[in-house]
Design a protein around this ligand. Structure first.
Ligand SMILES: [Zn+2]
Ligand SMILES: [Zn+2]
Length: 226
């Protein structure tokens, strides 16, 4: 209980380095490494050379693009851990600002912003869905709309951490379902905190396509190097 209230009762402290004054300090923001070109056109992974591919085309069938703001290392790693597991919910705003910056730089356009859902048992346990907080802040910053229905996680999945690569794809396949009106070709941005292989976002995109969505773009705060 205490952990979920920490940001409501304490003055701001940096999620990266614990310095008092703001939820993400200027030093940590400068230390975060923006992902640099060359990036894979589809999945946004950093490539060794502009001609190199990353072999994601066979795996990302529904997700048309995936973009992350920064590399999952240093201060952003600490900030995301505090945001997710220690209930520092106020971090949603500065973390979503990083996504908004990337959305703008890449010129990503869509008609709505959807969060990667948690299974209701896990959401009840944690008290909130960190991706929904990010999606809410991203909508606020971009003026994009919420979806006209709900994307649901219909089956619990083993936490992705520690899963091997192949297992990740099996783990989340068919785990999501769109409940709502047909999306009639409308484009969607799906938001999560961290992406590794993109398996979770791909599974969300697949469910949204089943619901009639047009292009589905995944965006995350950070990207784990694989
Ligand atoms: Zn800091
Ligand atoms: Zn790729």
């Amino acid at each position: 209980m205490f952990s979920t209230l920490v940001d409501l009762i304490l003055p701001p402290r940096c999620g990266g380095c614990h310095l008092a004054g703001s939820w993400l300090c200027g030093i940590c923001l400068r230390r975060m490494r923006r992902l640099e070109q060359p990036l894979c056109r589809r999945c946004g992974a950093e490539l060794e050379s502009p001609r190199g591919g990353c072999g994601c085309r066979g795996r990302l069938r529904s997700l048309t693009r995936l973009r992350s703001a920064v590399a999952y290392e240093g201060p952003v790693e600490s900030a995301i851990q505090r945001f997710k597991y220690q209930g520092w919910r106020r971090l949603a705003s500065p973390l979503a600002a990083l996504i908004a910056e990337r959305v703008l730089v890449e010129g990503l356009a869509a008609s709505m912003v959807v969060a990667v859902p948690l299974h209701r048992d896990r959401e009840r346990q944690r008290g909130f869905n960190q991706a929904e907080l990010l999606a809410h802040e991203l909508r606020r910053r971009t003026g994009l709309r919420p979806p006209p229905g709900r994307l649901l996680r219909i089956r619990t999945t083993v936490p992705q951490v520690g899963n091997d690569r192949l297992h990740r794809w099996q783990n989340v396949k068919g785990a999501f379902e769109w409940r709502g009106p047909q999306l009639s070709g409308r484009s969607v941005i799906v938001v999560d905190d961290v992406a590794t292989t993109g398996a979770t976002l791909e599974a969300c995109a697949s469910a949204l396509n089943e619901g009639g969505a047009g292009p589905v773009i995944g965006v995350t705060v950070a990207r784990v190097r694989i």
